[in-house]
Structures are given as structure tokens and as C-alpha cells.
Design a protein around this ligand. Structure first.
Ligand SMILES: [Zn+2]
Ligand SMILES: [Zn+2]
Length: 256
């Protein structure tokens, strides 16, 4: 039995295709990505952005199934207060987990759960969650989910890994890494100060393997891709395969 059932609801950076409002509004497409979000075990959302409820509708996930939403940060491609309120209205008793110093007014019906960086929290059903500091803005936290020895590290948004965070996660073996890969394989974009490019991810992941954070059993996925800075999904798959990484897409399911 897997510890985690993972569904990628969105894998895009903030440069969304206008086709999400026309011919792609009711389906997933590997090249027409929606706002980054992930569903764990059918009831835990990681981020709830402008497209998350559309993705849930397409995937056949009822809003009433959601018990918890963990926010990586408050940028509006990850946190849409109206969509969180719609989930809360359906499910009753929604918990919204944010970094402890995040400045926000929770929608009605939401219990705000403030997470101190590096501290572990019990999310129920044996799932423990820790937020690690990240190089980004709007109260960022990279999230580590652990259950019965299996681990998921959700590292977006953010550029690189902060040294303090590395010192904590180097003691872990990570079964699924989801990594910010906003930019493609070129230099010179300003987003490099808050996001990763393919060369950065390649170097970082090789160092993960060297120190044993990842190994043969690890699954490694790129997410938060900006279509304007990447080649097609299939070309990106070929590029990332050269350093052992896969490319997430909307609708992808995995087990951990
Ligand atoms: Zn983002
Ligand atoms: Zn962001």
C-alpha cells in the first residue's frame, strides 16, 4: 500500500495560456498548464490558485473532499482567496496552513494554522508536515510531507535551496522531489533570483544524490514551468531525462 497518492492539479508558473479560457477549459494538456497545485491522498491540497478548482472538476475531485490546504506562499498564482472560500463552503472545517508570519485574512469557515519554520506538524492519518525556509517572497515555505517512512519534498516556488534548509533535509531520504523549474535552459532572465532554471536544477539534483538526499528509488519531478521560457513538454522531458529528472504535467498521478 502506498503512503501517498499524488495528483498534480497544475504545473505552471504565472504565464498562463489564454487557451485555458477557450478550447482547453475542460481538459488537461501537457503544454497548456494551470496554476501549480498538488492533491495528496484525495483530501490535502498544496496551494489553491486561480485554476485549482477547474483542475479538480476535470479530475473529478469534489471540493467537499478537501480537509486541509497547505500554502507554499501567498503569490496569487498559488493562493486565490475566493477559491479557498469556495472549498471552505463545501467541506466544513477546512484548515489553511501557512507560514507563521503570513499576513492574510482567512475566508469564513477556515481555521488558520500557522507553521513555524523547521517545526513538524501533525496533519492527521499519520502525515507529518514541516515547512522549510526558501529563497522567494510572500512568506515562502518548502513543504516536507512524511508518512510511515515515505517522504515528499515540494520545493516551489524558490531559487536553489537555502543552506539552513539543506542542513535539515540532508538527514532525510526523499522519495519524491517536486522542484521549481520555472526557467528553461538559458541564462539572463531576472526570475533567476527567485526561481530555478534547468542548469540550476541539474546541479542541485546531482548534489542531492551525492549527499544521499535522493537515490535509486527517488522520483524527481520538475514543476512550475513557465511556457514562455521552456520548449515543448516532450522536448523538456528529453532534456531533463539526461540528469534523471522527469517533468510533471497537469493530471499526472503518482504513488509514493
Ligand atoms: Zn508561482
Ligand atoms: Zn511565487
Amino acid at each position: 500500500m502506498p503512503e501517498f497518492e499524488v495528483l498534480f492539479l497544475g504545473t505552471c508558473a504565472a504565464d498562463f495560456s489564454p487557451r485555458l479560457k477557450t478550447d482547453k477549459k475542460d481538459c488537461f494538456d501537457k503544454d497548456i498548464r494551470r496554476s501549480s497545485s498538488m492533491l495528496l491522498n484525495g483530501h490535502i491540497l498544496v496551494d489553491c490558485g486561480p485554476h485549482t478548482l477547474d483542475s479538480m472538476r476535470i479530475a473529478g475531485v469534489p471540493l467537499s473532499a478537501v480537509t486541509d490546504i497547505f500554502l507554499t506562499h501567498l503569490h496569487d498564482d498559488h493562493f486565490d482567496p475566493e477559491n479557498v472560500a469556495r472549498v471552505a463552503a463545501e467541506c466544513g472545517g477546512l484548515r489553511l496552513w501557512v507560514r507563521e508570519d503570513a499576513v492574510l485574512t482567512p475566508p469564513a469557515g477556515v481555521t488558520l494554522m500557522r507553521m513555524r519554520p523547521m517545526q513538524e506538524y501533525d496533519a492527521g492519518e499519520g502525515i507529518r508536515v514541516t515547512g522549510y525556509e526558501a529563497n522567494h517572497t510572500e512568506f515562502p515555505q518548502h513543504l516536507l510531507f512524511e508518512r510511515n517512512g515515505k517522504t515528499i519534498y515540494y520545493a516551489l516556488d524558490g531559487a536553489w535551496i537555502l543552506y539552513e534548509t539543506f542542513l535539515k533535509i540532508r538527514r532525510k531520504y526523499i522519495d519524491l522531489v517536486v522542484m521549481d523549474c520555472t526557467m528553461g535552459d538559458y541564462d539572463g532572465d531576472l526570475r533567476v533570483y527567485a526561481h530555478n532554471s534547468i542548469p540550476m536544477v541539474r546541479s542541485l539534483l546531482r548534489s542531492f544524490a551525492t549527499v544521499g538526499i535522493t537515490g535509486e528509488q527517488s522520483q524527481i519531478y520538475m514543476s512550475h514551468l513557465a511556457p514562455s521560457l521552456h520548449k515543448s513538454h516532450e522536448e523538456t522531458v528529453q532534456i531533463c531525462a539526461q540528469f534523471g529528472a522527469k517533468v510533471a504535467y497537469d493530471g499526472l498521478t503518482l504513488t509514493v
